[in-house]
Design a protein around this ligand. Structure first.
Ligand code: 0GY
Length: 293
């Protein structure tokens, strides 16, 4: 099946930065292989196969220990490829699923047993059309009793209309990719300031300092994105997560070097204590609470 976006970096550099023991890549995906796990008929893009073996090899190459595998829109509500990866990971991966509103209870049980700890609500029109907000609410009510959290993906410009939805969710909320701010406005821009106000007033909302490659206007080494991430890490040290976003689905401008993404970590979290929280303590609390110290 031909893909319609760039393939992931074939030979990422080995990072100079050494992540602390137990570091978690808290945002990555597995795709296919399509021959075994077909992509969703209604998908908006077709990725290249990015199977679990490649993900685990990348984890080791980058000096990381664990993965949080997030279901992406191209696999729709069929979480089989992600669950297959969780089963193969020997306890070193947890998952975030996408659910149909009428998913049977037994399916949610199976996902939980496999290591799923969150459900994703995607609001990007280019990926899902008009987001079914009422349906998301009902799904949230169904999974909240299991202690799952909510991973929410939206464009910065859509934040004002989403605040009532986000603040009413019955559990922790994790915002993907820094809330996709308008980088051209700088960290003082009104949209990013509104996001910070929301985080200030809602201690249940976490944020991923991920995806500089998707947000940048300047390109690598993503100098224009660093101030946003650095500010979030400094201001919310206990509710930031970091991830590679491998295999960078739907990227059409350029494909990042995953080693270079790891080497950005000391630029966004300058001191070792902040790095440890970002890469180990915070993701462990959310995804492996039974092991968290
Ligand atoms: C990401 C980014 C994207 C895609 C998806 O669900 C998805 O298809 O997440 C994107 O196109 O921005 O989170 O990796």
């Amino acid at each position: 099946m031909p893909s319609d976006y760039l393939p992931f970096h074939p030979d990422p550099s080995r990072p100079r930065y050494r992540a602390p023991a137990g570091a978690v890549d808290a945002h990555c995906h597995v795709f296919g292989p399509a021959s075994r796990f077909p992509f969703a008929p209604g998908r908006r893009y077709t990725p290249v196969d990015a199977p679990k073996e490649k993900l685990f090899a990348l984890r080791d190459h980058l000096g990381l220990s664990r993965n949080v595998i997030v279901q992406a829109s191209c696999h729709g509500t069929d979480n089989s490829a992600m669950v297959d990866a969780l089963h193969a990971a020997g306890g070193r991966a947890r998952g975030v699923a996408v659910l149909a509103e009428d998913a049977p209870e037994e399916e949610i049980d199976r996902l939980h047993a496999a290591g799923v700890r969150g459900v994703r609500f995607n609001f990007l029109r280019r990926l899902v059309g008009e987001a079914p907000r009422e349906s998301y609410r009902r799904i949230a009510e169904r999974v909240a009793p299991r202690g799952w959290h909510f991973v929410v993906y939206f464009e910065g410009a859509d934040l004002p209309g989403l605040v009532p939805f986000l603040t009413a969710l019955p559990g922790p909320v994790v915002v993907d990719h820094m809330g996709r701010p308008d980088i051209s406005a700088g960290p003082e821009g009104a949209g990013f300031r509104a996001f910070l106000s929301l985080l200030d007033s809602q201690p249940r909302i976490w944020v991923k300092v991920s995806c500089p490659e998707r947000l940048t206007l300047a390109g690598p080494p993503y100098d224009d994105v660093v101030p946003f991430a650095r500010l979030l890490v400094a201001r919310y040290p206990d509710r930031v997560l970091w991830g590679t976003d491998w295999p960078h689905p739907n990227m059409r401008s350029h494909m990042p070097d995953d080693g270079a993404l790891v080497d950005m970590i000391p630029r966004i979290a300058p001191d070792p204590a902040a790095q440890r929280r970002l890469l180990v303590d915070n993701p462990m609390r959310l995804y492996w609470p039974e092991e968290a110290g």
